[in-house]
Design a protein around this ligand. Structure first.
Ligand code: TRH
Length: 410
């Protein structure tokens, strides 16, 4: 695992900003919660589950156990995880290496709240034990995030088990009212403000991350977290030829090969730096999850993907471009447009169309036009800040879920 350059600066900010909000409510008895996570690919499945687990434990005082079947993916965003251990405790959360399909922990003690992430199938022996429990647990299927309108209609719909006296409730994250919302830690805004208003924190971050001082104000700093993407070559060429300097920050990953090819390098691994025309690119180590936010805060425009980084970019309140997780039969495209409908809703028509064109181009339809995107930067910046406020009105997913569970447990 490469060393992590984001950690100390961000850690200082995060710790400074979280003195009281992390303390669990003293009076309430701890609710026990099991989260089951099957990793399909990449980091979003465990990324969402781990973020939720940490929040339920630190902000709601729950006793959380995470069953996860892929410790390698988990370790990328949680480097202190030991790959060889079947059971370990991190941040007060018990982590069980889940060996599908039978394993369900050393004991079959069933929690008060059972979260099945992204329709992964619970071990049958665990479901049988849920049915035997004196009081049936609150069973929640946490769905993938979608901004589509139908989500609000299906959020919190119950589904009785065909054989057992158990009810599973569908919990839908979303961007609009009536949905489960998206994850947001209580301390997040304070941590972001602390970072953005502290020159020394930003200088320390740049030094640790890119080995240099922050770039001049005239430069546009771009973070790039994406899947393989045919549009990247055109974009890199536009940045190279741009009138203004562009500083590109690329966490090591699936897009790194394309960056290396563009610069004529054999690879673009953490620590690498390359320059062509107006473009300077830095390859960054993949950081532990809490440190990823600082990359978004330090950048002017963020390219994000999947689910969790897409949400973090919204809380970073900077213009962003989403590489949505591609699905068969282009099933992802209506989801992309649904997100745009929320995010771009109040933008003037020309900026709205420019943003939609850029997002579409980044997702396979057309050629991204950086100059056009830049022309609307000021209004996109304002919209990003306003949208973060609107989205916060939907409520944080962990809080919404905890509230639902508590009403069921009463
Ligand atoms: O990795 P993703 O593409 O994840 C997923 C999965 O593919 C999943 O199967 C799919 O259904 C889902 O997307 C929609 O993108 P995502 O969701 O952004 O997850 C990445 C996680 O990695 C996120 O929690 C942020 C974290 N991360 C770090 O911890 N450090 C880093 O340096 C970076 C770049 C990301």
């Amino acid at each position: 695992m490469a060393s992590n350059p984001f950690d100390s600066a961000t850690h200082a900010i995060m710790s400074a900003a979280t003195p009281h909000s992390e303390a669990p409510p003293a009076a309430s008895p701890a609710i026990a919660c099991d989260i089951f996570c099957a990793v399909i690919d990449n980091f979003g499945d465990i990324g969402v589950c781990w973020r939720l687990a940490r929040q339920l434990a630190s902000e709601h005082g729950w006793q959380v156990r995470v069953f996860v079947d892929d410790l390698h993916a988990f370790q990328k965003l949680c480097p202190s995880l030991a790959l060889e251990r079947a059971r370990q405790t991190l941040s007060g959360i018990l982590i069980e290496h889940w060996h599908e399909p039978a394993h369900a922990g050393a004991t079959l003690e069933v929690a008060d709240v059972v979260i099945e992430a992204f329709a992964c199938e619970l071990p049958p022996i665990y479901v049988a034990a849920m049915a035997r429990r004196e009081r049936a647990p609150v069973w929640v299927n946490l769905e993938y995030l979608s901004a589509e309108d139908w989500v609000a209609d299906f959020h919190l719909r119950p589904s009785p088990h065909p054989r057992y006296p158990l009810i599973k409730t569908f919990f839908f994250p979303g961007l609009g009212p009536g949905t489960g919302g998206v994850l947001k830690e209580r301390h997040l805004d304070a941590a972001r403000t602390a970072f953005e208003t502290s020159l020394s924190a930003r200088e320390a971050w740049w030094l640790e991350t890119a080995g240099r001082a922050p770039p001049p104000a005239a430069a546009t700093v771009v973070s790039l977290f994406a899947y393989e993407n045919p549009a990247v070559d055109s974009l890199l060429a536009q940045w190279r030829d741009s009138d203004e300097p562009v500083v590109l920050l690329v966490p090591e990953g699936r897009i790194s090969g394309a960056i290396a090819r563009f610069f004529g390098l054999p690879s673009f691994a953490a620590g690498a730096r390359a320059e062509l025309g107006s473009l300077t690119a830095h390859a960054l180590a993949f950081t532990r999850q809490p440190a990823y936010d600082a990359l978004l805060w330090a950048s002017d425009v963020n390219f994000v993907r999947g689910e969790d980084s897409f949400v973090r970019a919204q809380w970073a309140a900077k213009p962003f471009v989403w590489h949505i997780y591609p699905q068969a039969d282009d099933a992802h495209l209506p989801k992309l447009d649904a997100a745009l409908a929320h995010y771009a809703r109040t933008l003037p028509a020309d900026a709205r169309h420019a943003l939609a064109r850029f997002w579409h181009a980044w997702n396979g339809a057309g050629r991204p036009d950086w100059a056009e995107f830049q022309r609307h930067r000021a209004v996109l910046m304002q919209r990003a800040a306003d949208w973060a406020g609107e989205l916060a009105q939907v409520g944080d997913l962990a809080g919404n879920l905890a509230l639902f569970a508590k009403t069921q447990l009463k």
